[in-house]
Design a protein around this ligand. Structure first.
Ligand code: MGD
Ligand code: MGD
Ligand code: MO
Length: 557
């Protein structure tokens, strides 16, 4: 679900973490709770502020911890980032701070884009976003005049029905300011899972083969048909967020789920449970019994990162070798081996006899064999090998051949598509906004101490000792109006469901907004969230829906 692409190609960081930390003079962190969700990079950012005086601007509806290190906090209303960024770019143009050389030499579509941005003057933007006009001017000045400036974002930008447009608008900003292709600049999405970048690079998306070679292109398809010795479909498939609801639409009859716990992590859990219940056959490959396992017909035991080898590709496109620390426990096998065995059983069953000469079957013996195939078929990985990784070489794709040192910074003199295209983008409100029945806005996400549905982190005694139940953040003024005190139990209800949890009264959240996480199945935010999808990336709008909040009982009463 995280496979966002912009006009520059795949959704990876254009720059590296350390070049941002070492060379950026200003940084815009927009929709990333970096110190809690990417703590290593969060520490690098804090150090850059302390040691080098980097001007940090945080744009986030919540007062996250990183705000303590920022010169400015823009506290926009959730779901108003297009208006916000248009407003900043409007001021850049008004003041003549745009990089005319970059725009003339490396971009197209500037005139249409300028016309759209001109319709977002600061007073209108202040009204849409709730950010005061003076703050808009101050932010525009810092971000435009401190060069290079790096933009960093995560799910606060992408988990909206306008997720792709949000990303494109940040690319607009960086082209307008000429901050592409230089150390300390760029467009930098922080990918979430340790190998989500690698999964996308390997074609773990419905529309592409490895390295984003599109399935509808006959030439790409022929290349993989030849390599794999099988005919391949020419149609774009479904995303994970379309497959689950697809069960009740009679589009999906069987599911093979690995490394995913949709019963907790997909939006609108009530509906997800109906779908998982309704599917004819469900195979789950897991390392622990998860919430999803109660729906599974077959459980296949995979192994954890500590029990297997292979490579992970991180958010800065860096391919990293993982060595196993212990042998797999019990009957568990590495995921690649289970998939290989399944494929060979299917090939054998298809021919109603053991695999014979008609198809050699899948012959991988080790993860290194798989990496060799990846390198042969994936131009951006062509020069990567176990030998180079074992030597400790730092390889960031593209690595087109075995002598190539890798590419820490993308788009240095040219974009993948040639010139960068400005995209004129309009403000579109979220799918569901507060009204009389559901007057508050719910935003959801994570906390430092837990990981997603918590199937791993809730098993850690140390983490549970610190954080052992879901807390819902409520602004003090709202709490007053609702008669809520710290640690009271509250009920949050949306059109899809209700949860009860403990209240944390805090000015981390603005007036009218409550924030909940999905780490605890008994009070998971996904009972409430809406399954509205971005029409392009099909990512759900986890960051906005409408809810009602009420007191359940106070401890003293
Ligand atoms: N401890 C821990 N770390 C993790 C994870 C975990 O579960 N636990 N998960 C990993 C994964 S897979 C991911 S994807 C990343 C996610 O990393 P992040 O995206 O940083 O985390 P989130 O909590 O989803 O929220 C991001 C921020 O977006 C803000 N936000 C909400 N709505 C809006 C909006 O409309 N506009 C803007 N600009 N901001 C908004 C929130 O207030 C929050 O500060 O974290 C990774 N790291
Ligand atoms: N409300 C709300 N919901 C969200 C989000 C949000 O911000 N708000 N964020 C969304 C995002 S960005 C993400 S990435 C998803 C994450 O959602 P999921 O991917 O469903 O969550 P995880 O807990 O990361 O991983 C799922 C399962 O993988 C198993 N696992 C771990 N390692 C391995 C392995 O090596 N092999 C196998 N076979 N299994 C393994 C774990 O035990 C776990 O149960 O949640 C999404 N859901
Ligand atoms: Mo994620």
């Amino acid at each position: 679900m995280a496979g966002l692409t912009t006009s520059f190609g795949s959704g990876a960081m254009s720059n590296s973490m350390d070049d941002i930390a070492d060379f950026a003079r200003a940084i815009l962190v927009i929709g990333s709770n970096t110190t809690e969700q990417h703590p290593v990079f969060g520490t690098m950012l804090r150090r850059a502020v302390r040691r080098r005086g980097v001007q940090l601007v945080v744009a986030d509806p919540r007062r996250i911890d990183l705000v303590d290190f920022a010169v400015l906090h823009l506290q926009q209303k959730p779901g108003t980032d297009i208006a916000l960024v248009n407003g900043l770019m409007n001021i850049v143009l008004e003041k003549g701070w745009e990089d005319r050389t970059f725009i003339a030499g490396r971009t197209e579509g500037f005139e249409d884009f300028r016309e759209t941005v001109q319709r977002y003057p600061p007073d209108k933007v202040a009204e849409i976003t709730g950010v005061p006009v003076e703050q808009l001017y101050r932010a525009a000045e810092i971000l435009a005049l401190q060069k290079p400036m790096a933009v960093i974002w995560a799910m606060g930008i992408t988990q909206h029905i306008v997720g792709v447009h949000n990303v494109m608008n940040l690319a607009n900003l960086q082209m307008l300011l000429g901050n592409m292709g230089l150390p300390g600049g760029g467009v930098n999405p922080l990918r979430g899972q340790n190998n989500v970048q690698g999964a996308c690079d390997m074609g773990g998306l419905p529309n592409v083969y490895p390295a984003y070679q599109v399935v509808t292109n006959p030439e790409s398809r022929r290349k993989f048909e030849t390599a794999w010795g099988v005919p391949l479909p020419d149609k774009v498939g479904l995303t994970a967020t379309e497959m689950i609801p697809g069960v009740l639409q009679d589009k999906i009859h069987a599911l093979y789920i690995l490394g995913e716990d949709p019963a907790t992590s997909d939006p609108d859990s009530g509906h997800v449970r109906k779908c998982l219940d309704g599917v004819d056959f469900l195979v789950l490959q897991e390392i622990f019994p998860s919430e999803t396992s109660q729906f599974a017909d077959v459980l296949l035991p995979g192994v954890t990162f500590a029990e297997k080898e292979g490579t992970f590709t991180n958010t800065e496109r860096r391919v990293q070798l993982v060595r196993k620390a212990i042998e797999p426990l019990g009957q568990a096998h590495p995921d690649w081996q289970i998939i290989t065995d399944l494929a060979n059983l299917m090939l054998a069953a298809g021919e109603r006899q053991p695999v014979d000469g008609t198809h050699a079957g899948w012959q991988y013996q080790t993860p290194a064999n798989i990496l060799s195939e990846i390198c042969a078929l994936t131009p951006s990985y062509a020069g990567i090998s176990y030998a180079r990784l074992e030597k400790g070489e730092r390889l960031q794709w593209p690595v087109p051949n075995s002598d190539h040192p890798g590419t820490p910074i993308l788009h240095i003199n040219k974009f993948a598509r040639g010139v960068g295209k400005f995209a004129p983008l309009e403000d579109i409100p979220p799918a569901e906004i507060p009204d009389d029945d559901y007057p508050m806005l719910l935003s959801t996400g994570r906390v430092l101490y837990h990981w997603h549905g918590g199937s791993m982190t809730r098993r850690s005694a140390g983490l549970s000792a610190i954080y052992n139940q879901a807390l819902v953040e409520v602004n003090p003024e709202d709490a007053n109006r609702l008669g809520l005190k710290n640690q009271d139990r509250l009920r949050v209800t949306s059109r899809r469901g209700a949860i009860e949890a403990e209240a944390w009264i805090t000015d981390r959240v603005p007036l009218g907004v409550v924030y909940a996480n999905f780490h605890f199945p008994d009070s998971s935010a996904n009972e409430l969230t809406i399954a509205a999808l971005d029409p392009i990336a099909k990512i759900p709008e986890y960051k906005v829906c409408a809810v009602r909040v009420e007191l359940v009982q106070s401890p003293e009463s």
